[in-house]
Design a protein. Structure first.
Lengths: 498, 514
């Protein structure tokens, strides 16, 4: 009986404690629904990309929606993934029936952010800009807000679980994201997440485990600050690949004293990005900007705790300096590098070419085009196992290594059957080595090579890896191109930017 | 516009370069004995023939290609065979490959006869069995081989489908004769005859008859189609039987030339200075060390092989049929010669080439009956890169295997420039131990060098490990930026206990089976 009383008392005390905790938690939450009505817009987006395998053709027009929030009276911010291949934008704000004209101002696919300008003439009154707070309290409850197409402001819940450095949905670049757990809704359309009264991030992904990734306030504010500068140059890109340095044998092999426990191994150095001109394969990076890296390449961030080293580079703007403390050739060495980034189109195999038509030339039905990741991924989910391994080799091993001699991989992607190319119709996915004897370093070389031998009877294409030579009779070309243009409905037989 | 990753247009003479197949061809061996079936009404002559058709029961045990000192679980297989001259039983190689025990059974006779294989040709999926007990051949007749049947003629398939104890005879029509891949090896292509006669698991190795004579050996079908079965024609069977007359099987040969059947383009023809009236195929490359490496050059155009004119598709008129030119080569045995007529820069040339095996550095055919080669050192297992190893990734292995192995498998002929290379060697498994705690990331990587010694053959490895670089064995891998250092002293110390702990015995098997 006595025991029972004791247990009952404990349970009661525990219940009281829980109630007070709930009250305390509820006290921390703020209902911002009313405030958000003046700051959140619903964006209707239309995208109109190109089919990579048939680069003269548009994909089917698709419409989507995304949420954006005010960062100026007539400026809103949202994810860049929402405006990939954007053709048209219009916005809807709370309490207003008419759509508002909108246009892209700055898009940064590497940060997955974009700034959009709204037409002031289409709005009854300006928006109320939100200010994102960079406070980070792990475990805190958060609320999400979004505006629906039927002009209702919704909200959801979750709690701030962790931070992660991960690839953005729109690029090869890794960025800091918050992860919100136990979210009440699948939210990956730019919903605004707030901790208490302050916005902390924008939703950029969600998964089946009820988790949502946020572009955090830190990234948003840095982006806004940089875009305020007319010459927006973006943020640093990493110009090397690392590998964890756990094996004591590797450390001993690198002649590292046993007292040195930290450092991450430089496994590869690219031809693009920060550090590419100062680092060497086999270096050990001990610290970046005095932040000591552990064997996994993580450093202790004062706010977020352990973060991967990429953050130290990608959080800097282009032109700033970054200091690498290295272990090289058996001794310590410091090197200073300029923070650099690059456009995806500068890669040997571009990760993406959003918003523009793929580069190609059609000569006598032979479709020659630039190899891009988008071309490869169009082959389907298991593209890596299906695509020609020679093409995959360029994507996997050399994508970040363009050279002065070779800035593009040009492939014969397909042959549009015509009299002029009889006997060649089975060729596809072959890498072009030479055109009329000229080594092809980019797609822009093709028209130049074509003009090389004006007296020659034939245009001749040679390929890598033992393939037949393609011989195109020049005299028949005009008629053949006319046929291809008409028969296959191809308006433009070439699209080259340079 | 569909993009197809597999390329069909470029191929080797008599040897398929790539393994991706249009249809899923399946072997017709039965995994285990199932239920019986009734045979149809039989004539007297037919009954005599049927006495020569036998049921083959085999106990098989495949090899483990990742940890090659082990073998897979045993399994039982059922197939068919038939008696040919010389008191021999002809059947499919896949009925008796990796076999521990074979027994034969005749219809209506309870006695089981132990048998053994005398010759086996995995590239043509044929095997010859012998039986010690001469009584086995009592009352049987040796079945005779005849020529290739004509398309649309009727053939009868004899065998023990789905393992029944009674012989089954089904009739069908010859629907197609062409060169195709033999599934047993997965890479070798020979002539096949397609029929709509019901050919089911268990029929494998059974005779397909026309007018009392054998026109082929039933051997594979298509799982995705109804009533499409394939026979090995007697041209292939005869090649096999001739080959073994000297007491050993050499196999089917090729020339080792990569060609393009695309001379349909008049411009290409003109560019290569080929007379317009000539048809032929364009040489793209020759295999390193092949029979024709010193004879042919890229952009040569082969117009004639022996006395057969080659058309622009690479076909010749042979046996009254339009068949792939490899058929001409298949009339020769290894070491035989073949006359080639070709054009080089407008000049017609004639040369004689020797038919040889001409296998690529990265063997594309499945191997049987030879225990896999390997070497285990400090818990690291090294094996040659073979198709058998790649197939350990499962049914979808062409898509699932690591990229570089796929790249080498597909393009080793073009990628290998090392004339001394005999094979590629892979770190296939790590038997965990303190000496190799960090080596798991290098699993399935292709070894480039050990202690600075280029690894061109599994047999290079023991010597390479004898020369550590200072305190370490330094292992480098192809297209891998990281190096794997292994503490040399610790490796030496730990090696015996690792072998004991993981029951690795023997620690290496390096010899190639002849």
């Amino acid at each position: 009986m006595k025991n029972q009383i004791v247990l009952t008392s404990i349970a009661f005390v525990a219940m009281l404690a829980r109630c007070s905790l709930l009250v305390a938690t509820e006290n921390k939450r703020s209902n911002l629904t009313e405030a958000m009505k003046q700051s959140i817009v619903y964006l209707k987006t239309s995208s109109y990309g190109y089919t990579q395998g048939q680069p003269w053709r548009h994909k089917q027009l698709s419409e989507n929606w995304v949420c954006a929030c005010a960062v100026g009276e007539y400026e809103v911010i949202t994810t860049a993934q929402s405006v990939v291949n954007n053709a048209f934008l219009k916005a809807l704000r709370y309490g207003q029936n008419e759509f508002i004209g909108a246009k892209l101002k700055v898009v940064d696919y590497e940060s997955d952010l974009c700034l959009i300008e709204l037409d002031p003439h289409g709005m009854y009154r300006p928006l109320k800009p939100l200010v994102f707070t960079e406070d980070y309290n792990r475990g805190t409850e958060v609320d999400s807000y979004w505006l629906s197409s039927d002009n209702r402001l919704y909200n959801g819940r979750g709690y701030l679980d962790r931070t992660v450095i991960e690839k953005t949905r729109t690029s090869y670049e890794k960025r800091l994201h918050y992860v919100v757990a136990n979210t009440s809704h699948h939210t990956s359309r730019g919903e605004i997440y707030c901790a208490g009264p302050a916005p902390i991030g924008i939703a950029c992904w969600s998964n089946d485990n009820k988790e949502t990734g946020l572009i955090p306030a830190e990234g948003i504010n840095r982006f806004l600050e940089a875009t305020a500068n007319k010459n927006y140059g973006g943020f640093g890109a990493v110009g090397f690949a690392t590998s964890e340095l756990l094996d004591p044998s590797v450390r001993a092999f690198l002649k590292m004293p046993t007292s040195l426990k930290n450092g991450v191994y430089v496994a590869d150095v690219y031809n693009l990005g920060t550090g590419c001109n100062v680092l060497r394969k086999g270096d050990v990076i001990m610290a970046i900007d005095r932040q000591v890296l552990n064997s996994y390449g993580r450093f202790m961030h004062p706010k977020y705790k352990w973060l991967s080293f990429e953050h130290l580079i990608t959080s800097k703007t282009v032109g700033q300096k970054v200091r690498f403390e290295l272990w090289r050739d058996g001794e310590r060495k410091d090197v200073l590098a300029e923070v650099k980034n690059f456009k995806a189109s500068q890669m040997l195999v571009p990760y993406h070419e959003y918003g523009r038509q793929p580069e190609y030339v059609i000569i006598g039905g032979f479709i020659l085009q630039k190899l891009t990741r988008e071309y490869l991924t169009e082959l389907g989910q298991d593209w890596a196992g299906r695509v020609s391994p020679h093409l995959y080799h360029y994507y996997r091993d050399l994508a970040f290594k363009p050279t002065a001699e070779r800035s593009d991989i040009v492939i014969l992607s397909y042959v549009l059957p015509a009299n002029i190319n009889i006997g060649y119709s089975n060729l596809r996915q072959d890498v072009v080595k030479k055109f009329n004897g000229m080594t092809i370093s980019s797609i822009a070389d093709i028209p130049i090579a074509q003009k090389l031998n004006p007296e020659s009877e034939y245009d001749v294409i040679e390929f890598e890896l033992d393939n037949p030579v393609v011989v195109i009779p020049c005299k028949q070309l005009p008629a053949a191109d006319k046929f291809i243009h008409k028969n296959y409905g191809i308006r433009k037989l070439s699209n080259i930017y340079r | 516009m569909a993009h197809c990753p597999a390329k069909w247009s470029v191929r080797f003479l008599g040897y398929s370069v790539m393994c991706f197949q249009k249809l899923i061809l399946v072997l017709l061996i039965m995994a285990s004995v199932a239920f019986g079936c009734l045979s149809p009404a039989q004539s007297g002559q037919q009954q005599d023939l049927e006495k020569s058709v036998v049921l083959i029961r085999s106990i098989k045990q495949d090899f483990d290609y990742v940890t090659p000192w082990k073998q897979e679980a045993m399994r039982e297989g059922i197939g068919s065979g038939f008696i040919i001259e010389g008191k021999r039983v002809l059947t499919n190689a896949h009925n008796v490959s990796n076999c521990k025990y074979i027994e034969l059974r005749k219809e209506n006779i309870a006695k089981l006869y132990p048998a053994r294989f005398a010759f086996i040709g995995h590239d043509c999926d044929l095997a010859i069995l012998t039986v010690n007990d001469e009584a086995f051949f009592d009352g049987t007749v040796a079945l005779e081989l005849t020529e290739i049947p004509t398309v649309n003629s009727t053939v009868s398939t004899y065998g023990f489908p789905v393992g029944g104890n009674r012989i089954s005879v089904t009739e069908g029509v010859v629907s197609r004769i062409e060169t195709d891949t033999y599934v047993h090896s997965g890479a070798d292509g020979h002539l096949v005859i397609q029929t709509d006669a019901a050919i089911n698991p268990g029929n494998s190795g059974g005779p397909v008859m026309q007018k009392g004579k054998v026109v082929g050996v039933a051997f594979q079908g298509i799982s995705e189609a109804e009533n499409i079965g394939y026979l090995i024609p007697t041209t292939v069977v005869r090649h096999f039987l001739t080959d073994i007359k000297d007491g050993k099987y050499d196999g089917f040969g090729s020339l080792g030339v990569l060609f393009y059947p695309g001379l349909h383009s008049a411009s290409y023809k003109d560019y290569l200075n080929i007379p317009m009236h000539e048809d032929g195929i364009v040489v793209i490359a020759t295999m390193m060390h092949s029979s024709v490496e010193s004879i042919l050059q890229p952009s040569d155009v082969i117009t004639q092989i022996d006395d057969y004119n080659i058309d622009n598709d690479g076909m010749v008129q042979i046996y009254g049929l339009r068949l792939h030119m490899s058929e001409v080569i298949e009339t020769k045995q290894i070491g035989g010669t073949i006359r080639l007529t070709f054009y080089r820069q407008g000049k017609q040339m004639k040369e004689t080439a020797t038919v040889d095996l001409n296998r690529p550095i990265f063997e594309q055919a499945r191997q049987y009956d030879q225990p896999p080669r390997y070497l285990c050192f400090a818990g690291m297992v090294f094996v040659p890169a073979t198709r058998n190893f790649l197939e350990t990734w499962g049914r979808d292995w062409p898509k699932e295997i690591p990229h570089y192995l796929r790249y080498l498998f597909r393009h080793s002929i073009q990628l290998n420039t090392d004339r001394k290379r005999k094979e590629y060697v892979v770190l296939s498994e790590i038997m965990p131990d303190e000496v190799n705690s960090y080596a798991h990331k290098f699993k399935n990587k292709v070894v480039k060098s050990i202690n600075g010694i280029i690894i061109r053959d599994l047999e290079d490895i023991p010597n390479a490990f004898k020369h550590p670089e200072g305190n370490f064995h330094i292992i480098e891998f192809m297209v891998e930026n990281r190096t794997l250092p292994i503490d040399a002293i610790k490796a030496q110390q730990r090696h015996p206990s690792i072998l004991e702990k993981y029951h690795v015995t023997p620690e290496a098997r390096l010899e190639r089976k002849l």
